[in-house]
Design a protein around this ligand. Structure first.
Ligand SMILES: [Fe+2]
Ligand SMILES: [Fe+2]
Length: 232
């Protein structure tokens, strides 16, 4: 419908969830795009794919675990509703990642064209199911947040999530590298208004240490005030 405003969007601290979803979708699409080019004899490309899959696997699992154990229960406790399908999706996603990992290992072990050909369908299945899941979560779960959590409550929940998850120095650079310049700048501005000064410097330092020169150049260009907070 032309005038349909779409699902409500989070404007408080928890809008960081859109950044995570964007990064996960970006990486699932990238893996699916790269997979068809993997061929016997190019072990460098297979290694790079495997490394990227490994990072994606870790971040997806952490994200889904946090949703199942902290985020979704908080939405329910605040009077919201989380259909069972979302928890079921998380388990199915883990199996899809596992299937892709097995396809990569199979290509390593067998090394023939048919083993390599199994990677692309597995990556495509993972992308398709995950993108659908993320879109549904945005529309059905995150849309409930604005009416149930004011900015203070969102900040408190976000701090609780950060405090309860293991330190992951790869997470912030991984998200930063996956976002468009506009989205990255918006993410950094959001973090700047949400985190304590010390935590903000910590995040920026992790990003600086973990991204390539092109991504850090985006930070310097779009948010020089924040880039300047990184100790030299
Ligand atoms: Fe999810
Ligand atoms: Fe999610």
């Amino acid at each position: 419908m032309a005038n349909d405003p779409g699902p409500r969007r989070i404007t408080g601290p928890l809008r960081t969830w859109y950044d995570l979803h964007e990064a996960l979708a970006h990486e699932a699409r990238a893996l699916a795009d790269l997979a068809p080019a993997l061929v016997p004899g190019d072990s460098e490309a297979l290694d790079a794919f495997d490394t990227r899959l490994g990072r994606f696997r870790t971040e997806l699992r952490h994200h889904s675990e946090v949703e199942d154990v902290v985020m979704f229960p908080a939405v329910v406790a605040a009077g919201g509703r989380v259909p069972d399908r979302f928890v079921d999706d998380h388990r199915a996603e883990q199996l899809a990642v596992y299937a892709l990992g097995c396809a990569v290992l199979g290509a390593r072990a067998d090394g023939d064209a048919s083993a390599f050909a199994a990677i692309a369908p597995a990556a495509g299945d993972l992308r398709d199911s995950l993108v659908e899941h993320l879109d549904a979560e945005d529309a059905e779960i995150l849309s409930q947040v604005p009416d149930r959590f004011d900015a203070d409550a969102q900040g408190a929940l976000l701090r609780r999530i950060i405090a309860s998850t293991p330190a992951d120095p790869h997470l912030q650079p991984w998200i930063a590298a996956a976002l468009s310049p506009d989205h990255l700048e918006a993410r950094l501005r959001n973090l700047a208004t949400t985190l304590s000064p010390a935590a903000l410097v910590g995040v920026l330092t992790q990003i600086h240490a973990g991204v390539d020169a092109a991504t850090w150049d985006v930070v310097v260009t779009r948010a020089p005030d924040l880039a300047g907070l990184v100790p030299t």
